[in-house]
Design a protein around this ligand. Structure first.
Ligand code: SF4
Ligand code: SF4
Length: 234
C-alpha cells in the first residue's frame, strides 16, 4: 500500500495490542478475489509491492523483525524501478517510518500484518476543526480497490475496530493526529478541484457524502455512493 504520511510512536509493548485490537477482516469474504483479476500480476492490488509499498512505524519494525520473517526492508529493486524513483520514495518517508516489503500474499501471516495493511484502503478523516469523524478511502486507489466501489461490504466490526484503534493512537500522539488532519485537508483540496463530494463512513455507523468546501455532511444510502473503473456497474 502507499506510504502513510503520519508519524506516531506507540510504545513498543503496545504493538501486539494494537494489532490484536484491529484484526477484523474488512468484509465477510476475501475482497482480494474481487480485485486481483484486474491486476496484471494476479495479486490483490494492496498486496502487490509493484502497486503499493507499505510504510510502518519504527516501533512496528522493531516488533516485526523480532517476531516474524514475513517482512524485509524495501530494497527498491523488487519491481525493477528506476533508481531515481526509488530515491524519491525514500526521501518522502518520514524519519520515524520505514518502507517494507513482505513475502507476498501467498505467504502472508495475518497476525503480523502491519497497521497499514489493516487500514487499507482507508485513513482516519479529520475535519478542518480537528474532529476525527470517520473513515475516508485513499483516493489514489479509487480505480483499483474493489472495496472503494462497494463500501457497503465493510463490516460494522471492522469500522468499530478502525475507530477504536485510531482513537488509541491519537490519545498518545498529537503528531499522528496532525498528520491525518493535513492528509484530510489535501483530500478536501483534491475533491474541491474535481467538484466532487467525499464518501465517508462515519464513526456513528452511517454513510455520508461530505462537501469539500463547506464540510457539510449529507447522509446517503450506501447504494448511492459512486463506483469506479472496472467496478462501475451499469
Ligand atoms: S482492500 Fe481493495 S485492493 Fe486490497 S484486496 Fe481488498 S479490494 Fe483488493
Ligand atoms: S503482509 Fe499480508 S496483507 Fe500486508 S501487504 Fe503483505 S500479503 Fe498483503
Amino acid at each position: 500500500m502507499h506510504k502513510l504520511t503520519l508519524s506516531v510512536r506507540p510504545p513498543l509493548a503496545d504493538i501486539r495490542s494494537l494489532y490484536d485490537g484491529f484484526d477484523a477482516p474488512i468484509s465477510a469474504f476475501d475482497c482480494g478475489q474481487k480485485c486481483a483479476p484486474y491486476n496484471p500480476s494476479g495479486k490483490p492490488f494492496c498486496c502487490d509491492i509493484c502497486q503499493a509499498v507499505p510504510a510502518v512505524y519504527q516501533e512496528e519494525w522493531n516488533y516485526l523483525q523480532k517476531n516474524t520473517d514475513l517482512w524485509h526492508k524495501w530494497r527498491g529493486d523488487e519491481c525493477g524501478e528506476k533508481q531515481d524513483e526509488q530515491s524519491g520514495m525514500m526521501a518522502e518517508t518520514p524519519d520515524n517510518m520505514l518502507l517494507l516489503a513482505c513475502l507476498g500474499p501467498a505467504k502472508c501471516q495475518r497476525p503480523f500484518r502491519a497497521l497499514s495493511c489493516r487500514q487499507f484502503p482507508f485513513f482516519p478523516y479529520v475535519t478542518s476543526d480537528y474532529r476525527f469523524i470517520g473513515m475516508a478511502y485513499d483516493w489514489e486507489f479509487e480505480k483499483v480497490c474493489w472495496v472503494v466501489s462497494n463500501l457497503g461490504v465493510v463490516t460494522e466490526t471492522y469500522r468499530q475496530q478502525f475507530v477504536q484503534t485510531h482513537d488509541r493512537l491519537f490519545a498518545f500522539s498529537q503528531e499522528a493526529f496532525d498528520s491525518y488532519h493535513l492528509h484530510s485537508e489535501r483530500m478536501r483540496a483534491h475533491y474541491a478541484n474535481l467538484r466532487c463530494r467525499i464518501a465517508l463512513l462515519h464513526r456513528n455507523g452511517g454513510y455520508y457524502l461530505l462537501s469539500p468546501g463547506s464540510e457539510r455532511l449529507a447522509r446517503v444510502d450506501v447504494e448511492r455512493l459512486p463506483q469506479f473503473g472496472p467496478y462501475k456497474l451499469g
